[in-house]
Design a protein around this ligand. Structure first.
Ligand code: ACO
Length: 354
């Protein structure tokens, strides 16, 4: 039995492809490198939604659409804020998504995330929410709504690169979840919520903050090898290592590392991360000689989001700002098949007596 469904083809898609052998990610005919460098976040959303949420979509048009949707999402935030504010950020954002009506349009769903993050980060700090500035792109506006003041363009540019880089990579766990939800003819809002719920687990989108927590612990221990051996010896997983598809280096890690170097050329922690990666990969190799477990994107993602100035509990929700665009695109594509996803199981329970 293949419990993880490795290698099982569960969809045909025009949206994205991850090639673990060559270390490539394609999004609708664009390499991830070009998508991040030339299209940015809004351009990438336009590329993914083309033909599904309109035709002739452009980066500039998507920037306007999402800005207008953020203004409406902010106006609606009173519907969920009292319930969400006392909860941890990732949980609070789940409540914001759950409050969306079934007939919410893709842009309304996607815009709920940056607005929800900013409103909740400020609520946790005891500060009043700051309204979106529709003249800004999503990355700059998210940082502006959190800070309550304009932010340096370099930080906004780094976040834009991050969001475009991690937007999609084939049939990830959360993308599949979104497709399963919508395949029963549930709404796009339900599909996005389903994707988000799957995404937040520590083996998937929940990892970047935990990867930095791990880095702190290793640093405090003063013994990289000892810490790693204790962790693996107790059956624990090293956050930021391993990927179901990328058995060699994940190409997106290099893009995020380059963005970090542009933003913070003297990043003190990057050298330490490289050191930890070297020790961790060697330790994993010793335990599973036949299997390659390499660093994934999460260490670089964590360092970059930290350098941008985002709080650690916002890392997973901010990652979801990117990935939600893909959940919606995949859900809209899945709808076109009209076929409900319903696999089978092998019964291994007791046989009834009669
Ligand atoms: N730490 C310790 N052991 C690991 C790790 C790790 N990071 N990754 C894989 N392994 C071990 C597994 O425990 C497994 O051992 P087993 O066969 O005795 O059960 C073995 O290596 C095989 O694992 P794979 O088949 O290569 O990995 P799988 O596809 O099952 O899991 C996953 C991939 C979930 C990402 C895993 O590598 C992991 O848990 N990583 C840590 C969490 C993480 O960084 N998640 C973010 C991923 S990127 C993303 O989703 C955005």
């Amino acid at each position: 039995m293949n419990g993880g469904l490795e290698g099982v083809i569960a969809a045909e898609t025009v949206l994205s492809h991850a090639d673990g052998e060559t270390g490539a990610v394609w999004v609708r005919g664009h390499t991830i490198e070009r998508l991040a460098a030339e299209h940015g976040y809004e351009g990438a959303v336009a590329v993914m939604w083309e033909g599904f949420a309109g035709r002739g979509l452009t980066r500039a048009g998507m920037r306007e659409t999402l800005a207008a949707a953020r203004v409406k999402a902010f106006a609606r935030s009173g519907e969920w804020l009292a319930c969400a504010a006392p909860r941890p950020l990732a949980e609070g954002l789940r409540i914001a998504l759950a409050a969306l009506p079934d007939d919410a349009e893709p842009a309304a769903i996607l815009a709920t995330l940056p607005v929800g993050i900013a409103v909740l980060v400020r609520a946790h700090a005891g500060k009043a929410p700051v309204a979106p500035d529709p003249s800004l792109a999503t990355a700059a506006d998210l940082l502006h709504m959190i800070a309550g003041a304009p932010v340096e363009p370099q930080r906004a540019a780094a976040l834009d690169t991050y969001l475009a880089t991690v937007i999609d990579n084939g049939l990830g766990n959360s993308t599949f979840a979104a497709r399963v939800v919508v395949s029963s003819r549930a709404s796009l809002a339900a599909a996005a919520l389903g994707g988000y719920c799957a995404f937040c687990g520590p083996l998937h989108g929940g990892a970047p903050g935990l990867a930095l927590d791990m880095l702190d612990e290793i640093e405090a221990s003063g013994d990289i090898d000892g810490w790693i051996e204790r962790k693996l010896g107790s059956g624990g997983r090293l956050m930021g290592f391993g990927h179901r598809v990328f058995r060699h280096r994940d190409p997106r890690a290099d893009l995020l590392r380059a963005a970090l170097k542009r933003l913070d050329p003297s990043s003190a922690r990057l050298g330490f991360v490289i050191e930890v990666e070297r020790h961790a990969v060697a330790a994993l190799q010793r335990r599973k000689p036949g299997r390659r477990v390499e660093a994934n994107i999460e260490m670089d993602a964590g360092l970059l989001l930290d350098a941008i100035g985002l709080p650690r509990d916002a890392f997973t929700p901010v990652f979801a700002v990117a990935r939600c665009a893909a959940w919606l695109a995949h859900a809209m594509e899945q709808r076109q098949t009209g076929r409900m996803i319903r696999p089978a199981s092998t019964y291994i329970g007791p046989v009834p007596a009669e």
